[in-house]
Design a protein around this ligand. Sequence first.
Ligand SMILES: C[S@@+](CC[C@H](N)C(=O)[O-])C[C@H]1O[C@@H](n2cnc3c(N)ncnc32)[C@H](O)[C@@H]1O
Length: 346
Amino acid sequence: MTTTTFSLDPMTRCADRPHSEQPAPYATGYHAPVLYKEVVDGLVTDLAGTYVDGTLGGGGHAAALLDVLRENGRVVGIDQDPEALATAEARLAGAAEAGRFRTLRGNFGDLERLLAEAGIDQVDGLLLDLGVSSHQIDEAGRGFAYAASGPLDMRMDTDAPLTAADLVNRAEPEDLIHIFRAYGEEPRAPKIVRALIEARPIETTGKLADVIRAATYHREELKTLARVFQALRIAVNDELGVLERALIAGLRVLRPGGRMAVIAYHSLEDRRAKQFLRYGNFAGEPMRDFYGNLLTPWTLLTRKPITASDAEVEANPRARSARLRIAEKRNPEESGLGSSFSYPSS
Ligand SMILES: C[S@@+](CC[C@H](N)C(=O)[O-])C[C@H]1O[C@@H](n2cnc3c(N)ncnc32)[C@H](O)[C@@H]1O
């Protein structure tokens, strides 16, 4: 696989790691990992280190990491979806048996607690490949997709209390308008919400899609469906809130010199990753010392996000919107923040 957009300085890569020459060596029917080679190249600094895949999914990135790490290198995979965990556990059973791989069920927003409970206090790398897996989208029963009708669910954690149907049928109109505007950047939110309220109860993705179609100009239909479904998914799973908590927790658990890699699929996530990995905050406000030097806990390794090559997008259209950003945690003494700097708590 070739990438024209990969912009990591070669000196920042960990040398001598093999990569398969096949076009999509880690893809399965469950999911095809996006930018796997760029993730591995950018994340791994110690072949005997401990790496956390905070979004394990079907285990594609985890498998790629395990393949390049030495026998004493470890991967810890986190997911809140029991089906994803079971899939990855079956796939990586050999590595688990060899003590190189283990899973933790939970929300990556609780990363620090999950790792502490597993007896892990510092790690060498953290990957967040955000959003949903292809399997979650393809399974109509999970209620993420408008293409096939299923129950209006959208929970990544199937034990979580709030479903998309709860929101659509019970939320106040102004709250729904806020959700569609803030998380879907939907310009016609009030019109769509009026149509939803009239059509209540809405229990399936099919009915929701029909109501949205009827309230939308034909040429805007697909974009509107995508925006509204995205907005509901973000709200149901509090995706932006947990991302902020995970980024802060990641900074705390990484050893100095360790790295964080974030793959975002829409601008709301990507903006948070970009600001945090550049400045150490979400406001996008640089902190500077008396001389104007930037004070940040990170060295950003990707000035521009890494995107998928044409070949990868052709093989896996989901890769089209992926934006990968990678940063290395600086030593508090070198970062200008001083050894007494306390990282924000998640
Ligand atoms: C894009 S998929 C990851 C695919 C994976 N990289 C692979 O190669 O198969 C995202 C996964 O992260 C999980 N996920 C999303 N948000 C999460 C969260 N807040 N906490 C834990 N898991 C989450 C989803 O359940 C899904 O399985």
